[in-house]
Design a protein around this ligand. Sequence first.
Ligand code: PMP
Length: 362
Amino acid sequence: MGYNFSAGPATIYSEVLTQIHNDFLDYKGIGYSIIEASHRTSFYDKIHNDAIEQFKTLLKLGDDYHVVLLGGGATLQYAMLAYNFLSEGQVAQYINSGYWATAAIQNAKKTVKNDKNIEVVWDGSSNNFTRLPQEKELVIHEKSAYLHLTSNETIGGIQWKQFPNFGKVNVVADMCSDILSRTIDANAFSLIYAGTQKNLGISGVTVIAIKNSFLEKANNHLPDYLSYKKQVEKNSLLNTPPVFSVWVFERVLNHIIQLGGIEALDILNAKKADLIYQYLQECNGFYNSPIDFRYRSNMNVVFTLPSVELQNAFLVAAENANLTGLKGHRSVGGCRASIYNAMPIEGVEVLIEFMKHFKNTH
Ligand code: PMP
C-alpha cells in the first residue's frame, strides 16, 4: 500500500473514488455516463446545485453569499478579481507571502495601466517567505478596492493560523490549498477562491464564494465569462461547465459532511501535522523545516535534509517504498509532504516511520 503526498492534483478519498468508479458507466440507472449527459439535464442540475449548497453549508456561509463554479483555475481568478473590482484610479492591496501571492500580484499588475494601483502592503521576500506579518505591520486602507491574501502557501509551506482584524476593507483570499481543512470565519471574507484539485476533488473547477455587497461593486462591462455578476446571474451555467470535475467535487463535499464537516477535519488535520512537526523537532536537525514554527502549514510540510545528495537518496528511497510526490517544488527544491484532507493519518505515520528508518541508515 502506498501513499501519495503530491501537492495537487492530490490524494482523493478512496470511498469517493470507489463511488465514482461504480457510478461511472451508468449514472444512477440513466443508461449512460454522467460525462455524456448534457449540462442542461435534471441530473446534472442536481449535482451542480448540491455542490453549491453543500459548499455553503460546510463553510457556514450566510444567505448573502453566492457560490460560483468556473474553469481556468485559481490563475484565472488573479485576473478576474482585478477586472471586476479594480476600477481606474483605485488601489488594491496585496500581502506577499510567497510564490502564489507573488503570482496573484504579478497577474493583477498586468490588468492595470499603472503598477502603482497594485500596492504590496507587506513583502515576505526579505525573510525568504519564512514568516507572515503581524497585525501591527500592516497598513490597510479601508478605501482600497480589496485586500488580497493567500491563506496557505502551497510551495513555501506557510499558513495563516489566525487572520488579523483587517477592519472594513473587503478581504479576498486565495484558499486553494487549505480550503475546508479547518474552522475559519468564512463570513469575514468578501471573496474566497480555490481550485478543487487539492482538498476538494480533481482539477477543472474553481469554486468562488462572493459576498453580495461586494458583488454589487463589480464591473458591469466585462466579457460574459469574466463577469462575476453574469456568472452569478446564470448560476455558473453560462457555458458548458466541467461536468466531471463538478461531480467529483460534489461527491467529495458529500463525503466531508458524512465525516463530520470541517470541525472533524480540523481536528484530524491538526493531529496529522502535529505528528510530523513533532518528529521534525525530535530528529536532531536531520530533517529541518525553515519555516517559523508559528506559521508552519498543516497542509504542506516542507523540509530539507543535510545535503542535496541525501535529499535525492531520500526521494528515491521514498519512491521505492511507495511514498510518492515528496519532491519540493522546482522553484525551491527540498522536500514537501502534502497532507490534505484526504490523506489518512496512517499515511503520515508510515511517512514518519520511513523518515526515521532513512535517518538511522544514513
Ligand atoms: N494558489 C495556490 C495557493 C496554489 O496552490 C495554486 C496551485 N497549486 C494556485 C494558486 C494556482 O492554481 P491553478 O493551477 O488551479 O491555476
